[in-house]
Design a protein around this ligand. Structure first.
Ligand SMILES: *[C@@H]1O[C@H](CO)[C@@H](O)[C@H](O)[C@H]1NC(C)=O
Ligand SMILES: *[C@@H]1O[C@H](CO)[C@@H](O)[C@H](O)[C@H]1NC(C)=O
Ligand SMILES: *[C@@H]1O[C@H](CO)[C@@H](O)[C@H](O)[C@H]1NC(C)=O
Ligand SMILES: CC(=O)N[C@H]1CO[C@H](CO)[C@@H](O)[C@@H]1O
Length: 362
């Protein structure tokens, strides 16, 4: 059984590298060298011949081949125990509460390493009630792709899907990731999309999702609704041309830094996307799908769009679900911080305040 699965993995990986080789020798993709989106080029590329229509009939196909798959990521412990030869039966461990998908770029391996060592390490290498997966597109840089194939083989947490990885293709990444989740993690209770510069307080997220579970059966939760105004300033990161979005206002949507819901909602978004024409801002695009489905953008508390406070033991860290624009070094520092002394001190201060209060009322 073990040998068999190893052989399968080997064959799949060889096939994937072969496809990538073919792909990279035939197609020239443009990838901005510094990794930051080149806004001028992006804005030029955005120019479309005719204006975007609000809906269409099956015009948006996001079914791309999965070059490197990790179909085992949402396997439950009982099936893993069967593979290991000792079946333990079904237990509460078998429930997958949240599966995180983290859109990432081929070149961002150091960010992925830091995320593995910090907040996703609570997944116990993808065996606990929480799971995570990095989703990456392809680039023409052959060496980069080879390193990615190796990284995916050693950590078994990177899925590579066959579209050109670029800033303007983030919508393709989101919808094809959601489709991947519906194929491989459909038994999970919730999914959560999170950018690779976001810090997640996984305990608080699960508490929040459990509390909001009823509203998440008919909506998407996160920092929402975001401002509806369409930005027409060409130097802005969130610029949208009139052709790409003729209307003045966006529908309700949740910030792309982190949003999530049930797998039932993920399935609905994937089906609706076929009839919702492409738009390059992925969070707005998901909002357009919600609008079409008559689903809500549900505001959840604690979704913070600001960086982590300088002091890792600041008490807001435990009270917020997400922090944004967190550098890899800050993530490492946060993870290794020992705040037990500060917490004890805080408890002591609270207690003495309480005693002072008792003394006063006497
Ligand atoms: C979508 O594209 C894939 C390949 O890119 C193709 O196999 C599939 O038939 C297309 N689906 C539709 C409905 O056009
Ligand atoms: C996860 O895997 C790494 C090596 O990839 C290992 O060092 C670590 O101990 C494992 N952790 C758990 C909880 O299994
Ligand atoms: C997006 O991906 C598609 C499919 O790989 C590709 O044809 C297109 O050029 C990409 N667009 C951009 C702007 O990178
Ligand atoms: C079930 C599963 O896929 N587990 C993998 C999760 O990631 C670790 C490495 O980080 C692998 O060693 C496990 O096989």
């Amino acid at each position: 059984m073990k040998l068999h699965s190893n052989v399968t993995v080997f064959v799949c990986l060889s096939l994937a590298s072969f496809c990538l080789l073919l792909l990279s020798s035939h197609v020239q993709f443009a990838w901005p060298s510094a990794g930051r989106p080149d806004l001028r080029a992006a804005n030029r590329a955005q120019h479309v011949e005719s204006s975007r229509q609000p809906r269409c009939d099956g015009c948006f196909n996001t079914t791309f081949p999965v070059f490197i798959n990790q179909p085992q990521l949402c396997e439950q412990s009982s099936s893993m125990d069967i593979i290991n030869g000792h079946h333990q039966g079904t237990s509460s461990r078998d429930i997958i509460d949240i599966v995180f998908f983290i859109p990432s770029s081929p070149h961002a391996s150091s960010r992925r390493h830091v995320i593995r060592r910090t907040w996703t390490s609570v997944t116990g290498n993808n065996t606990s009630n929480l799971r995570y997966v990095f989703v990456v597109g392809v680039t023409s840089d052959y060496m980069r792709m080879r390193t990615l194939v190796d990284e995916s083989a050693s950590f078994r947490d990177v899925v590579v899907i066959g579209f050109d990885d670029s800033y303007l293709n983030l919508t393709l990444k989101t919808i094809s990731s959601l489709r991947w989740l519906t194929h491989h993690c459909n038994h999970a209770r919730f999914f959560f999309k999170v950018d690779d510069d976001v810090w997640v307080n996984t305990d608080l997220l699960l508490t929040t999702f459990n509390r909001q579970a009823p509203s998440l059966t008919s909506g998407l939760g996160g920092a929402c609704p975001m401002p509806h105004r369409v930005i027409r300033d060409t130097s802005n990161k969130w610029y949208a041309s009139y052709e790409s979005y003729p209307d003045d206002k966006y529908p309700d949507y949740c910030s792309g830094t982190g949003y999530g819901s049930t797998l039932a909602v993920a399935n609905q978004i994937v089906s609706a996307s076929r009839d919702v024409p492409f738009f390059h801002l992925e969070d707005v695009y998901v909002g357009l799908c919600l609008q079409r489905l008559g689903l809500r953008a549900v505001h959840l508390d604690g979704f913070h769009l600001r960086p982590l406070p300088t002091d890792p033991c600041d008490d807001t860290v435990a009270r917020r679900v997400t922090f944004h624009e967190v550098t890899p070094s800050r993530m490492t520092r946060q993870w290794s911080a020992d705040c037990s002394q500060q917490r004890a001190e805080m408890r002591r201060r609270k207690k003495s305040l309480f005693l002072d209060f008792l003394f006063l009322v006497q």
